[in-house]
Design a protein around this ligand. Structure first.
Ligand SMILES: [Zn+2]
Length: 137
């Protein structure tokens, strides 16, 4: 594996639980056991009812592209060698959204509402990043 030189997430508190899930190929999100709110990114307090009775669930990892952009140039220095790459907001079927990369595809064919599915990219021994690819029939 080539050395990974891009910025990495810090494993602290709730992010640690999320990334430990990714390492086991599980896309985790939270829900509020008091009001049912679906929560992502991970939080300590429910943004809907301010309750703290939150639980983790595993997403099926399926959703649709809400919006995207393809970076062809002028990427931050750490990402310049990866251009072109796609950044997207994906709406997961469970009702939350996440900012991610779309990979394993022809970037010129990306469209909003395109069905996508999660895949897990182990970029270092400690960190596995969730990314998405178009669902193929
Ligand atoms: Zn709530």
């Amino acid at each position: 594996m080539a050395e990974y030189t891009k910025p990495l997430p810090l494993l602290t508190g709730l992010s640690k639980t999320f990334y430990e899930g990714c390492k086991e190929n599980k896309l985790l999100y939270q829900h509020c056991k008091d009001c049912g709110e679906v929560i992502f990114y991970p939080k300590i307090v429910c943004p809907a009812c301010m309750g703290t009775n939150l639980d983790w669930k595993e997403s099926a990892g399926k959703g649709k592209i809400f919006s995207f952009t393809v970076a062809y140039d002028f990427a931050p220095p750490e990402f310049a060698s990866s251009t072109p790459y796609a950044l997207a907001v994906v709406n997961l079927d469970e009702g939350f959204s996440m900012l991610t990369n779309i990979v394993d595809c022809d970037l010129d064919k990306l469209q909003c509402d395109m069905p996508v599915e999660v895949l897990f990219d182990p970029v270092t021994p400690e960190i596995t990043l969730p990314k998405f690819r178009p669902v193929t029939a």
